[in-house]
Write a protein that binds this ligand. Structure first.
Ligand SMILES: [Zn+2]
Length: 200
């Protein structure tokens, strides 16, 4: 019972944030094929991907052609506000940026355990972590991972440097999630207000 309730609570939480950010024109749907084709054809000149460090050196579904202007950043927690990401967005006139999370994220689990003891300003996230630790269900951990991607997009929309770029249409931001168990990419679709499986 508790597990089922945790799944539905966490689903409600992610619906809330998905609803909020989908109102912004800065968040659009862009999948891996659209990004690669756009870069290779030149219709997209520059893009950046901010992925989680523990995905390893091979980040699935990201265009690896050396002939395109694609900046790949990796850090634990796929944060945009670290290690020169924002500076690069401005300086290289990036047109599309993807925040890329994944399933089985050891860092997320580490964070959940540590934030349980810490007081955090983000009560919603703390509850989500608590539920994931209690149920330890794959479905809930996946929701937590997807929530963290959307939360990063939300922070970008509020950032004093990024917000004017998205508001003027110079920059579009996207959320991706790699489900390692089924080896599938899911892309956030603001029209559906949900992550959608990219069909091959
Ligand atoms: Zn990770």
């Amino acid at each position: 019972m508790r597990s089922r309730q945790t799944v539905s609570n966490s689903a409600n939480t992610i619906c809330g944030i998905a609803h909020q950010i989908s109102e912004s024109a800065g968040i659009t749907y862009l999948d891996d094929v659209q990004l690669s084709d756009g870069l290779l054809s030149g219709s997209i000149k520059t893009a950046a991907v901010v992925a989680c460090s523990d995905m390893g050196a091979w980040v699935p579904f990201v265009c690896s052609s050396p002939n395109v202007q694609l900046f790949l950043f990796q850090n634990f927690g796929h944060h945009f506000d670290t290690a020169g990401v924002v500076e690069t967005l401005v300086r290289a006139r990036i047109e599309n940026v993807v925040v890329y999370g994944h399933s089985d994220c050891e860092y997320t689990k580490f964070l959940a355990k540590s934030e349980q003891c810490l007081s955090t300003d983000k009560e919603e996230r703390r509850r989500l972590y608590e539920g994931a630790l209690q149920s330890d269900s794959e479905a809930v951990w996946k929701t937590v991972g997807q929530y963290n991607v959307l939360n990063e997009l939300k922070k970008m929309l509020a950032d004093p440097v990024v917000a004017p770029l998205t508001a003027s249409g110079r920059l579009c931001i996207h959320g991706w999630f790699y489900d390692a168990t089924i080896r599938q990419l899911e892309v956030f679709d603001p029209e559906q207000r949900a992550f959608m499986v990219v069909k091959k």
